[in-house]
Design a protein around this ligand. Sequence first.
Ligand code: FE2
Length: 369
Amino acid sequence: MKPKVLVVDDESVNREFVRLIFERSGCEVLEAENGQEAIEVAKREKPDVILMDIIMPFMNGLEACRKLKSDPETFNIPVVMVTALGDLSHKLEGFKAGADEFITKPFDKNELLLRVQNLIKIKRYNDLLKDYSNVLEKEVQKRTEKLRQAYKQLDEAYYELIQRLGRAAEYRDDETGEHTKRVGIMCGIMAKALDMDEEAVKNLEYATPMHDIGKIGIPDKILLKPGKLTEKEFEIMKRHTIIGADILKGGTHPVMQIAEKVALAHHERWDGKGYPYGLKEQDIPLEGRICSLIDFFDACTSDRIYRPAMQVDVVLDMIKDEKGKAFDPKLVDVFFKILDDLMEVKKRFSHGGKPLRIIADREVEDEGL
Ligand SMILES: [Fe+2]
């Protein structure tokens, strides 16, 4: 593509003189009679260089240069100011206005050509760099978006896998798998209400559906037994906490590490009478205390194959009674503050029907009390 040179001069003789020089050297020459017209042509034609006279009517060369250099559309076009010999003040003004080069009248034809050609080379090199940088930026944006999509899909798959793992563990007594899902979401809401940071909220939401994974290791005759468990059977039932933590132990991802803590601690009680270790108050990990309360609320208010759901009011009264006994009193207060949100989760993530089999009423001791 031919280099474009814009010659700005109010004298047509001068313009014609310069035109001939550049046309002979293979350039396309554009003309403007004053600064105002120069700006219009520069914006429209995007020349590779502008040769600007200083003294012109309407808008002089200095003012035009200032405007061109402050406009993002034209600031990268090199401007050569044409000054009279010994005109130092115009030269200084030209520098201030952002001029790239000066040529003194009367000029030597070869010097003018060389100076302009150098500027065109630099301009084209800069344009190339700019284009390359735009291409690179677009490519980075494209790849970042691809990476974001891949991460999202991986995250969704991870969450789904956790849900299904939790569901597999509870399948025998929670056929729909909705309890595990609700526990995760409700624990996330509770964590948010406790001002835990976004990452911690997400980790807890992902980890808690696996709280009862240790039930895999509990025989059907105990897990699904209608009626009260014997002392010996209950001892075996309690082991689901240790089995669960054992299945999840050694995880490197924070979700797995929290899941291990929750599996082990979700039947501990604030008063130290829980299991498996009888931990008390703050010694019980916060994640375990949150899951203990949420799991109790949701399990008691959900149908199980061996018992129907209990009335919500009855369960809420039980939670009030167990404040400072089974449950962390501070968490019970927060629980009642966010109760509407928790009930909304129950409504949204419930199949609405009865489970396939309801065997018989059963004591709630396996729900944590
Ligand atoms: Fe449990």
